[in-house]
Write a protein that binds this ligand. Sequence first.
Ligand code: NCD
Ligand code: ZN
Length: 342
Amino acid sequence: MQTITITQPDDLHLHVRDGQALQSVVPDTAKQFARAIIMPNLAEPITSVAQASNYRDQILSASQGTGFTPLMTLYLTDKTDAAIIKEVSESQFIHALKLYPAGATTNSDKGVTDLKNITPALEAMQSLGIPLLVHGEVTDPSIDIFDREQVFIDSVLTPLIKQFPHLKVVLEHITTQQAVDFVSQASENIVATITAHHLLMNRNDIFTGGIRPHHYCLPVLKRETHRQALVTAATSGSAKFFLGTDSAPHPQDAKESACGCAGIYTALHAMELYTEAFDNANALDKLEGFASFYGANFYGLERNTKTITMKKEKWQVPESIALGDKTVIPLRANEFCEWRLV
Ligand code: NCD
Ligand code: ZN
């Protein structure tokens, strides 16, 4: 029997929703991860320190007894100013601000319409060392959906980091060779998160035998060469690439619909999925850095002290799990995982 024990990991990109759904999903994350960067894209986005504080209390109450720490973020809007950034820097629990180009993804309508509107906020973030988290896709509907990340890098991110060379930036859930190359070649304040599903699947998985709504997320899965580039980056031992699940639960009926929502639920078995991806690449020795060290380093957090153990043992993923009074279909529902959290 094969086992692997690593320092308890952190999830540096997570959606937990709110209300009853939050109560359902937070325990899945808390049983594996010590901490998680909590995305602020609720239907009513988290734009103030007071809202983040209330949201944090909800998450803490859902994770009681586990020692789980939510690391809060604020949602940037056209109205976010330098005064809000100063408040963030004085708070103990807000670790970053998230840039959603307006219209790019779930609950991004109130996002930023033009980066010029947040120049003072970005200046303040740069000088205070507060990270900018980026959903890196352009929203122009005339751009092919498979090219939106690359076009964003060329037309938005490259000029942005020229204007703010010392700003700490996380390019979230990268999906392409171009993003890997961009981050690798950029200065050390530019890093990226990588999801388990982008390490394990390519765009064929959206269409295997028919359309697969539970494999639809944003940025959308790309072709196999891109998946391979992500695996190479994640298993390279470079501290620029670290774990962020982007677990994004939507109710089953919102996914299995004529216009289904984007988002894949992986919080249930995230570490099992990542371990499988690293095992497939014969790189289990690189898992701990990626999952437990590099993200904490970037955010200036202490290293976790507990450990988790995974063993190689096949198990069947449940066909659905509760999401408040609805259900969510986890990735690999009814199918098998190769590794199990002990
Ligand atoms: C996320 C969600 O549902 O909140 N969906 C997704 O497909 N990843 C939003 C996001 O991170 O784009
Ligand atoms: Zn996300």
